[in-house]
Design a protein around this ligand. Structure first.
Ligand SMILES: Cc1cc2nc3c(=O)[nH]c(=O)nc-3n(C[C@H](O)[C@H](O)[C@H](O)COP(=O)(O)OP(=O)(O)OC[C@H]3O[C@@H](n4cnc5c(N)ncnc54)[C@H](O)[C@@H]3O)c2cc1C
Length: 640
């Protein structure tokens, strides 16, 4: 536990990556002004996907925005340096929504349209980030955030069309590469930690898969008998998982659904199912991955919709009912028959968008060859390219040059390399997070600013640990372990995806990546308050604290397999997303706004030559929504 681990990737990565970024929040006049082209992304060897350590919202990515929020940015910022650049469009935010907006704009305006895309991170893609490890002489890929092409909504014509034009056919790819699981034969387990459950124990062969959903019922008694849970808790869990009881007998279907949409799953288990409180720690973190909050804050109806147990005897049908205006996922079941993911998640979509926007940025032309393609970051902000992607650049102002009603230009000011710069566009799409927009556009109407501030993005962490092999997992017979009481509430061998020339780990003695999930929840508070507290926690937790907890968890969970962190851990990447999923309305706290009056509807209103994209604009944390909002934002510009 106390020996040093090899972190060569981390150390090398930091040395290459941070130079030239906004690690210091002091802006303006502190260094000799650099021209935008002399920046980090143009230097030889710049390749952020291979960086380890604290990623996601990495040091240097957020300080400028926070100083803008805190009202002290402009005190320190000198007069912006005018780049003299004039674009057709300036896009703030280089996530999938901003890249899609640039794609749609160019499609409509023609290939010579000049577009500048600004992003505060050292890499493009927003949440759709690629993590690239090189272990034991091979490349291993995974997602730092957005992982799969899936959605509770059917993909729109535009979102589906964009994927098709890029060459991505998810059902065909899924079919072609379906035989992908390295860890076939291995099951799932639960780790009961002594702090939460009194006794420390790994219990393998969990029935019903990782989420213990309905099914595999005959095995629950056997599994629970091996856990340290109390007799009463075991009996109640068997009842929750298996019994077909209508706990709201006599209540009409619509009313049942309405009641379930206004109570948490935790309250459903305690007050409707009448389960013993000892069952709660077993289920508490089960919603963390999808919602970023625990069962105390997720509506029971949503949990029914995603096949959580307890509802099997309640006669609920899946026909959308009237009168429930928004229940996030509550009434909606997954519409897409596919659930496809690239080895680096939807970073491949972002990379394909960039390849199509910026000539020479990556070799190849197919959904297969993008996986192993090495991007040339030196091409992204090249003066010869009509589309330029400028990284490490935080927009701090987007204002019309003149009256918003009649202005022909928008000036966008951004901080980069400790200097403020300005560029102009005939229009701007703000594909950044809603909560930053009121600071960028102080002239927005008050009602719109309030609406932009309403949603609090969901914080979460995807930690990725590179192991020299996975013999301990193999010995224990697990490929994933739910750890409901621990710092990270799950740890899973990376889901393999062999696509094109890319081959993931196949045999236990080969290196592999392990995914861990942490959500900084504060049960007892409302969802929005939990999310606010979580932002603070994530930004004030050091990498060392993460590392210590990761090593501790690996040792405790895999002790029986002989895991040695000093020997087995090769690299750690903490993908920290204080501003993760878009806020989705939560009927436990939010009012039933009428159609068209939700905060996200008001927030995304067009303001002169400025339109608003990003998945926040539809209050739904999905890639198709990010694309759809990029499309809408561009259509609004062309409709004038
Ligand atoms: C951990 C995680 C996992 C997810 N998994 C999935 C999944 O499996 N499937 C799915 O469909 N969706 C998933 N999502 C949802 C995901 O958010 C969307 O799918 C999509 O990637 C969002 O794209 P976006 O462009 O709207 O926002 P973002 O990806 O957030 O991009 C916006 C960009 O704007 C930048 N920005 C903000 N302010 C400024 C500024 N002032 N100046 C410059 N740049 C700025 C941001 O830093 C960011 O880079 C996941 C999200 C997270 C956090």
């Amino acid at each position: 536990m106390h020996r040093n681990i090899t972190r060569r990737d981390f150390l090398n990565g930091m040395a290459v990556g941070v130079g030239g970024m906004l690690a210091n929040p002091r802006i303006g006049g502190l260094l000799a002004a650099q021209t935008p082209t002399a920046s980090a992304q143009d230097r030889a060897g710049y390749y952020p996907p291979t960086l380890n350590g604290m990623r996601g919202s990495h040091p240097g990515a957020f300080e400028v925005a926070h100083s803008l929020r805190d009202g002290n940015f402009w005190e320190k910022a000198g007069k912006p340096v005018e780049t003299g650049e004039n674009y057709d469009l300036v896009v703030v935010g280089g996530g999938i929504s901003g890249l899609a907006a640039a794609y749609f704009y160019r499609k409509q305006a023609g290939p010579s349209a000049r577009i500048l895309i600004l992003d505060n991170h050292d890499d493009f893609g927003g949440h759709a980030k690629r993590n690239e490890f090189h272990l034991g002489g091979r490349m291993l890929l995974t997602n730092g955030g957005t992982v799969s092409i899936e959605s509770p909504f059917p993909y729109s014509k535009e979102a589906r069309g964009l994927l098709a034009e890029l060459g991505i056919d998810p059902p065909a790819l899924q079919k072609k590469y379906s035989d992908n699981h390295v860890s076939g034969g291995l099951g799932f387990g639960y780790f009961f930690d002594k702090e939460t459950f009194g006794t420390e124990r790994l219990v393998t062969d969990a029935p019903g898969g990782f989420y213990g959903r309905q099914g595999a019922s005959s095995k629950w008694a056997d599994f629970l008998a091996r856990t340290p849970l109390s007799t009463q808790a075991r009996q109640d869990i068997i009842r929750i998982q298996e019994a077909k009881v209508d706990y709201m007998e006599g209540v009409p279907q619509e009313q049942k659904k309405s009641l379930l949409s206004k109570m948490s799953y935790k309250d459903f288990l305690l007050n409707v199912v009448k389960a013993h409180p000892d069952v709660i720690p077993f289920y508490q973190s089960r919603t963390h991955g999808l919602y970023g909050i625990g069962i105390d804050a997720v509506p029971a109806l949503d949990c029914w919709a995603i096949h959580f147990p307890g509802f099997q005897g309640m006669g609920l049908d899946r026909v959308p009912s009237k009168g429930l205006s928004f229940t996030a996922l509550g009434e909606v079941t997954p519409q897409e028959e596919f659930h496809f993911h690239f080895p680096d998640g939807n970073a491949s979509i972002a990379r394909m968008l960039v390849r199509s926007l910026v000539p020479g940025s990556a070799p190849g032309s197919t959904a297969e060859d993008i996986v192993t393609a090495k991007m040339d970051y030196g091409r992204l902000d090249h003066r010869d390219s009509p589309v330029r992607i400028r990284l490490n650049s935080t927009a701090v102002l987007a204002r019309h040059v003149g009256n918003p009603a009649s202005a022909k230009q928008v000036e966008v000011v951004y901080g980069r390399d400790q200097q403020a710069y300005s560029a102009r566009g005939k229009a701007a799409v703000l594909a950044c997070w809603n909560m930053v927009i009121p600071y960028l556009c102080p002239d927005l109407p008050a009602e719109q600013k309030d609406a932009l501030h309403y949603g609090v993005k969901v914080p979460l962490v995807y930690t990725v640990v590179g192991l020299r092999n996975w013999t301990t997992f193999h010995k224990l017979g697990v490929r994933g372990v739910a750890c409901p009481g621990m710092y990270h509430t799950s740890m899973n061998l990376d889901q393999a995806a062999n696509i094109g020339d890319y081959k993931s780990s196949q045999s236990p003695d080969e290196p592999i990546l392990v995914h861990m999930l942490r959500t900084p929840c504060q049960p007892g508070l409302s969802a929005r308050e939990q999310q606010r507290a979580g932002h603070y926690e994530l930004l004030s937790t050091s990498f060392e604290t993460f590392e210590r907890n990761i090593r501790d968890q690996f040792v405790r969970v895999l002790r029986g397999g002989g895991f040695d962190p000093a020997r087995d851990i090769e690299a750690i990447t903490v993908n920290r997303w204080p501003h993760g999923y878009a806020y989705e309305y939560n009927p436990l706290w939010d009012p039933d706004w009428p159609e068209g009056k939700r905060p996200c509807d008001i927030a995304r209103r067009r303001f002169g030559r400025i339109t608003i994209a990003n998945s926040d604009a539809s209050a739904a944390a999905y890639t198709d929504q990010a694309i759809d909002q990029g499309y809408r934002a561009v259509q609004e510009l062309f409709s004038s």
